[in-house]
Design a binder for this molecule. Structure first.
Ligand SMILES: [Zn+2]
Length: 311
């Protein structure tokens, strides 16, 4: 809590000083390479119902700032270490495969000629998104959901509980929410739940700026899966993309949760580039960290966080 307040004061001071012409000194080393994590993009007049979405104008300013300071590389270049030695490099990635990546992100990435990668699942919708949508537009549904699944606590506790459930329970929860969201709420919240269709993925794959990765079929925490479940989950996305003849160039763990066991197993099935929170001396060649974009702060504050690799 104290850290959050301190950060907010720091961010405010930076923006305040920048308003009067001050520019922060950034410690950006040439030859360094960093990966950024985005999720969804929404219009400026649409609400930020969670910290995973960023407003279009904020994304525009951030991409402009990134273009000025970094060499923006593709996932392929990141993988093969084809980076600039005169500037630090950045690879931009999006998780969860939202349709808004095509409708809103692509035109902006196109404007600045920045490559990006989208990590997809096979789910019809994401459980966490449906919870956020219900919480924002139809809070009575959260109450009935709690009764239905015998949950007592607040939304963050419910989410933590949902994250560690098995595929059957997650699917049951998702179906319950989807069935009970009103048609009106489904319509106005489309931006937050609609995912890329196969046809859209196929068409996006022809764009030279876009590449794809595997984000686990059911979006489950891999630390909770058996070896057999894990393999089936990775391969289900492989199969979907094979049918579309679209190459998958990396693996990003759902919720960024992994272990030595998952990293070694996912590597064995062909993923020598994995994005995860767990990176140690033994796993750094395969598993890499990403910095999750904060949609509530200015581009300058975001650049400072990128240069420090933390908020
Ligand atoms: Zn995800």
């Amino acid at each position: 809590m104290r850290k959050k307040v301190e950060l907010k004061i720091k961010w405010f001071l930076v923006d305040f000083l920048c308003f009067f012409g001050w520019r922060p000194k950034m410690n950006l080393k040439s030859g360094a390479v960093k990966a950024l994590l985005f999720h969804g993009v929404c219009l400026d007049n649409e609400p930020l119902i969670n910290g995973r979405f960023i407003h279009l104008s904020r994304l525009d300013k951030l991409l402009q700032a990134l273009s000025a300071h970094f060499h923006l590389i593709s996932l392929e270049d990141y993988k093969t270490n084809r980076i600039s030695m005169s500037k630090p490099s950045i690879v931009c990635t999006f998780d969860d495969g939202y349709k808004n990546n095509l409708e809103l992100a692509l035109p902006l990435f196109d404007k600045y000629n920045i490559p990006f990668a989208i990590f997809c699942n096979n789910v019809p919708h994401h459980l966490m998104d449906l919870l956020d949508i219900a919480n924002y537009w139809q809070p009575t549904l959260i109450e009935t959901f709690k009764k239905q699944f015998d949950l007592l606590k607040s939304l963050p506790h419910i989410k933590a509980h949902c994250k560690v459930q098995n595929a059957e329970v997650v699917s049951e929860m998702r179906n319950y929410l989807w069935k009970n969201l009103s048609p009106d709420v489904k319509e106005k919240s489309k931006r937050y739940w609609e995912l890329l269709s196969d046809a859209e993925i196929s068409s996006l794959s022809k764009n030279k700026l876009v590449s794809f990765g595997n984000h686990g079929a059911d979006h489950l925490s891999y630390t909770c899966l058996t070896e057999k479940q894990m393999l089936a989950d990775v391969k289900a996305v492989d199969k979907r993309f094979k049918q579309m003849a679209v190459k998958l160039k990396g693996f990003a763990y759902p919720y960024s949760e992994s272990s030595y066991r998952t990293i070694s197993l996912v590597n064995k099935v062909g993923y020598d580039l994995q994005f995860s929170e767990l990176t140690t001396n033994e796993t750094t060649l395969i598993a890499k960290n990403r910095l999750t974009i904060n949609p509530f702060i200015s581009a300058t504050n975001q650049l400072i966080a990128i240069s420090k690799d933390q908020y």
